[in-house]
Design a protein around this ligand. Structure first.
Ligand SMILES: [Zn+2]
Ligand SMILES: [Zn+2]
Length: 266
């Protein structure tokens, strides 16, 4: 096993992903309470003190809710870009953080940790300095791609080559348009700095598929504007159109919103 990944929570109300590369263990975002994150880890048999770092994608509450408390309790380093740190600290969004646990990331620059390489890439989202992450270990690549307003060649170039991916399938456009969200919120979600709809995400998945890609986890589903079966079917249909069969060529699963999902390995 090179990589192990598990969504502890995934959706508009809270995101937290566990990632292991070799013997190193991390969290990507803690957008749930510190307690829930610890509970999720214990279901996975992981001691929270063994988490070597938390990688922040952006400062929205569904990504940072429990970061401060988790870090204070377990003395965990937190990695974020300079601008994201500035916003989080000046607006006191996660409480006090020990100086030694404030770790700055440079976008589009590799962060090397022994044999593991972490690459934060710019995404389009209405936060101060949002990033997705690609993790490289033993010639394998795992990508975290959520909270993406739009997929263009830039985004595709960073998703390509993934052996496993956590990809945003936020909403179904029809459900969003017909639903009860206020106009400004619909506009925000649909904008180029909002969230990825099922069709756009499914197209991205078919665009980046290669025969060494083992799995895709559909994540960050909206509670009100999506249902897991619809996200899954949209992905399935788009893949089948290109003769890529789930089960035969790739494994596809939908991350659960508020409990621990299936563990994926590479
Ligand atoms: Zn966000
Ligand atoms: Zn989010």
């Amino acid at each position: 096993m090179d990589f192990k990944l598990c969504a502890i929570a995934s959706g508009s109300s809270g995101n937290c992903t566990f990632l292991q590369a070799g013997s190193k263990m991390f969290l990507i975002d803690v957008g749930i309470s510190g307690k829930k994150a610890v509970q999720g880890l214990s279901e996975l048999g992981i001691d929270p003190y063994d988490i070597q770092g938390i990688f922040i994608t952006h400062e929205h509450i569904d990504h940072i809710r429990g970061v401060g408390i988790f870090s204070r309790k377990h003395n965990t380093p937190i990695y974020a870009t300079q601008k994201t740190w500035h916003k989080i600290l000046t607006e006191k969004m996660i409480g006090d953080v020990k100086e030694e646990n404030i770790k700055h990331l440079d976008k589009e620059t590799n962060l090397e940790m022994d044999e593991l390489t972490i690459f934060p890439y710019t995404i389009y989202h209405d936060a101060i300095d949002p990033v997705g992450y690609a993790f490289f270990y033993q010639n394998k690549k795992i990508t975290i791609a959520t909270d993406i307003g739009v997929v263009d060649e830039w985004i595709i170039s960073h998703l390509k080559g993934s052996h496993g991916i956590l990809l945003e399938f936020n909403h179904d456009i029809n459900m969003l348009e017909a639903g009860g969200y206020p106009y400004y919120l619909k506009k925000r979600i649909l904008s180029d700095v909002g969230h990825l709809n099922n069709e756009a995400a499914a197209k991205a998945l078919t665009d980046i598929y290669h025969t060494d890609m083992q799995w895709a986890i559909l994540g960050h589903l909206s509670k009100d504007n999506n249902v897991p079966d619809l996200a899954y079917l949209t992905a399935k249909m788009a893949l089948e159109e290109k003769d890529i069969m789930i089960g035969r060529d790739i494994k596809v699963s939908v991350a659960k919103r508020d409990c621990v999902s299936e563990v994926h390995f590479i």
